[in-house]
Design a protein around this ligand. Sequence first.
Ligand code: NAD
Ligand code: MG
Length: 332
Amino acid sequence: MTQHDKTSLSRRQIVHAASATFAAASLASSTAKGDTMAEQELIDPVTRYPKPPFKKQSQPWPGLAGKMEPRPDHGETSYKGSGRLAGRKALITGGDSGMGRAAAIAYAREGADVAINYLAAEEPDAQEVIALIKKEGRTGLAIPGDLKDEAFCRQLVEQAIQGLGGLDIIVNNAARQQTRASILDVSSEDFDATMKTNIYAPFWIIKAALPHLKPGSCIIGTTSEQAYDPSPDLYDYAQTKAATMNYVKSLAKQLASKGIRVNGVAPGPIWTPLQVSGGATMEKLEKFGGMTPLGRPGQPAELASIYVQLAAADASYATGQVYGSAGGSGQP
Ligand code: NAD
Ligand code: MG
């Protein structure tokens, strides 16, 4: 054994001894905490939420969560925060319903002030979210308006910064999805509206916000399993989700040196108004989520913790990542 080996061996022993002491100490403290910590119920993901067949239903676009049967779960009664985003200021587009609403509720319970954007027709859903944010003692800002309009996107960012007193989390989550059996059924107006909502709006919002974002800020985009495995009837929508996945990765590289992280969430089939207001055919809706290994659609609440995780400071090495939640199929 060389002197070097001896030295490194003795260092290893020291480290082992130290970690054993540390492990014993942390075991003691976790046991002590265990006395006061409520035990988490073991939950079966298969039976946790409704599965198909679903009742036939349809609403005019953009639809209301409040009118869906069954009503989606956005974590209204279940999400528990632990201060992970205390003091943060977030803007969430499509924050009235679906994934955006689940993120808004979770962010407020984690201690963030939250501005949500939505369409005027969605005011009833939006007001429920604002009430839940305020119930947490946080600032809840309702900023309705059409994201297809560049001037509005700039104004949205300005209003959020004014109303929240700053901005450090942006969730580009709003989207338009309308099923069309054939590309021949996709009008230029359709195509334009999908591109404007899903691709231009995040571009305009990020450009307006960037000069205000400090190191430690983050941008999150909602992409989809459609980015990787597009459905035949979602020609325009699916390509915008591929573009979202792509901008997340490009912008992450561009903004890394500024200390701004950019990540994406890729949901599978989730029970939201987007699906019952033209996003899916009635046939698909009745069996919605049944093809996944878990045999059911996801609920927005089941993705809330991903939006929290990507925004939290302890995820500081995660940038350019896309986190999936798709019931066992889909990518990534
Ligand atoms: P949702 O209908 O609850 O949310 C979409 C929101 O987009 C609407 O609430 C609306 O406020 C907003 N929106 C649409 N057009 C707008 C416009 N012109 N101006 C302002 N706001 C506008 O549905 P969701 O499923 O929660 O959608 C959220 C995100 O999740 C979207 O990016 C969607 O592509 C993505 N996604 C959904 C599913 C799913 O199965 N539901 C799957 C993968 C990805
Ligand atoms: Mg909505």
